[in-house]
Design a protein around this ligand. Structure first.
Ligand code: TRP
Length: 411
C-alpha cells in the first residue's frame, strides 16, 4: 500500500512538475522557430503617391530619391510603387479628370528619377479591385473614434475646409466618407503586398501606425495572416519636411511654392533666386539668420561636400558658409547661385530622362498595365488568405458543407 502511495506521489510529481516545464520548453522553442521563420521573411517595399499634380522637390527628398536607392540596393525581394488614384479621388470626386491627367505625369516623374520597371512593380491603385474588398473588411476593425484621432486626417480636414460637425449655419461641405476612411484603404494597400517597409514622408506616420493596429487586430481575431509594416523615414532632418520656396512649412501646389522635377532650367533658377531668406538680412554686411532661412534649409537637404570644390571653392564646407552668413558680409545672391548650381546638377539628368520617356507615352501606359497586372496577382493571393482566415471562403470549405449537411440530416 505504502509503496503504491509512493508510486502515485512520484507519478503525480512527474506529471505536475516535470512534464509541464517540458511542454513549456517545447512550446517556447516552437514559437522561436516560428519567429525565425518570420524574420527570414521576405523584405518587401510598398509606397506611392496621389496623382494630383507633378511631383516636386519635397516628394523627391522626402521619399522618391530614397526609393530609387532602395530599389537599386538589392536588399529587397520586391518593390511595389503605387499611383494612388483611388485615394486621390476621395477628395476630388468632382474632378476625376485632374487625377486622370496626372497619372501619366507621376509615372514620368517616377521613370525619370530612376524607378525601373525591371526592378520595381509600378501600378495604378484603382486597377486592383482586391484593395477595395480588403478595405471593406478592415473597416470592421476600426472605430469612427479612432479615425477621428488620426492627426493627418484631422489636419487635412482643416486644410480642405470640410465642416467637422453639423453646426447650423456652417455651410461648408461635409467630410466625404471615403476621404475619412482613406487610412483604412491605405492599410489595404500596404498589407495586400505583405509590405515590410514603407518609405514615406513624416506626414504619413499616423497612416502606418493605423495600419499596424489593423494588422494586429486582424491577426488576433482571425489568426496570423497579415504582416506588420515598418515606416522608413528620411534620415536627414531637412528632408523630412522640405519647406516651400516662400518659407511656408510645406511645398504645395495650391500655394504655388513648389519646384517641380519637370521644371525647366530657367524656372528652377527663377524660383531659387526669389526664395525666401532672412527678411532682416537687407545689406550684404548685415548678419543673417540660418534658422527658417529656406535657402539654407535646401542646402542642408541637397548640399554635399564635393559641391564646394565644384561650385564654391572659397569655402571648406557648409558650416563655414553658414558662419560667414551669420557674421555678415555674405550676400543672399551668392548663396542662391550656389544652391541653383547644386539643384541644376541634381535635376538636369532627371529632366533629360523625362524628355526621352515623353517620346513614347503608349509605352509608359503599357508599363503601367503590366505593373498593374502583376500587382493584382499578388493582391489576389493576399485576399484569398484573408477570406480563408475570416472563413468566408464558403465554396472552398468542404468541411463546412459536410458539417451543415450532417446538421440538417440530424446526424
Ligand atoms: N497617402 C500617400 C500620400 O498622400 C499615398 C499613399 C496611398 C501611400 N497609399 C499608400 C503611401 C500606401 C504609402 C503606402 O502621399
Amino acid at each position: 500500500m505504502k509503496s503504491g502511495g509512493e508510486a502515485e506521489k512520484v507519478s503525480l510529481f512527474f506529471y505536475r512538475t516535470i512534464i509541464p516545464p517540458i511542454f513549456i520548453r517545447i512550446w517556447v522553442s516552437l514559437s522561436i522557430f516560428a519567429q525565425n521563420l518570420r524574420t527570414d521573411m521576405k523584405k518587401i517595399i510598398l509606397t506611392g503617391d496621389r496623382p494630383t499634380g507633378r511631383l516636386h522637390l519635397g516628394h523627391y527628398v522626402g521619399s522618391l530619391k530614397r526609393r530609387v536607392e532602395l530599389q537599386n540596393s538589392g536588399e529587397f525581394d520586391k518593390v511595389f510603387i503605387m499611383i494612388a488614384d483611388a485615394q486621390a479621388l476621395t477628395d476630388n470626386a468632382d474632378n476625376p479628370e485632374k487625377i486622370r491627367q496626372n497619372i501619366i505625369e507621376v509615372a514620368l516623374d517616377y521613370l525619370s528619377c530612376g524607378l525601373d520597371p525591371e526592378k520595381s512593380t509600378i501600378f495604378i491603385q484603382s486597377q486592383i479591385s482586391e484593395l477595395t474588398e480588403l478595405t471593406f473588411y478592415y473597416m470592421d476593425l476600426v472605430t469612427v473614434q479612432r479615425l477621428q484621432r488620426n492627426p493627418t486626417v484631422k489636419q487635412e480636414i482643416q486644410l480642405r475646409g470640410f465642416a467637422e460637425n453639423n453646426d447650423a449655419g456652417d455651410n461648408r461641405p461635409g467630410i466625404p466618407v471615403g476621404f475619412f476612411c482613406y487610412p483604412i484603404s491605405q492599410a489595404a494597400d500596404i498589407t495586400a503586398f505583405k509590405a515590410t517597409t514603407v518609405p514615406v514622408g513624416e506626414d504619413q506616420e499616423p497612416m502606418i501606425e493605423q495600419t499596424r493596429e489593423i494588422v494586429r487586430k486582424f491577426n488576433s481575431v482571425y489568426g496570423e495572416t497579415l504582416v506588420e509594416p515598418e515606416i522608413l523615414l528620411p534620415d536627414n532632418a531637412a528632408c523630412l519636411r522640405l519647406p516651400g520656396t516662400d518659407g511656408k512649412a510645406k511645398m504645395s501646389k495650391s500655394l504655388g511654392n513648389c519646384i517641380y522635377l519637370s521644371d525647366t532650367e530657367a524656372d528652377v533658377r527663377k524660383k531659387v533666386m526669389s526664395m525666401y531668406t532672412d527678411p532682416g538680412h537687407v545689406r550684404v554686411e548685415d548678419p543673417g539668420k540660418i534658422e527658417g532661412n529656406t535657402v539654407f534649409t535646401y542646402l542642408d537637404a541637397f548640399c554635399r561636400p564635393e559641391h564646394f570644390q565644384e561650385f564654391l571653392p572659397d569655402y571648406a564646407g557648409l558650416d563655414e558658409l553658414k558662419a560667414h552668413y551669420q557674421r555678415g558680409g555674405l550676400g543672399d545672391v551668392k548663396v542662391k547661385k550656389f544652391l541653383n548650381s547644386i539643384l541644376q546638377e541634381e535635376l538636369s539628368p532627371i529632366r533629360e530622362r523625362r524628355k526621352a520617356f515623353e517620346q513614347d507615352i503608349p509605352a509608359v501606359y503599357r508599363m503601367l498595365k503590366e505593373g498593374s497586372d502583376a500587382a493584382r496577382e499578388v493582391a489576389a493571393a493576399t485576399l484569398a488568405d484573408v477570406r480563408k482566415a475570416m472563413r468566408i471562403n464558403y465554396f472552398d470549405d468542404a468541411e463546412l458543407i459536410a458539417a451543415q449537411s450532417c446538421r440538417f440530416k440530424g446526424e
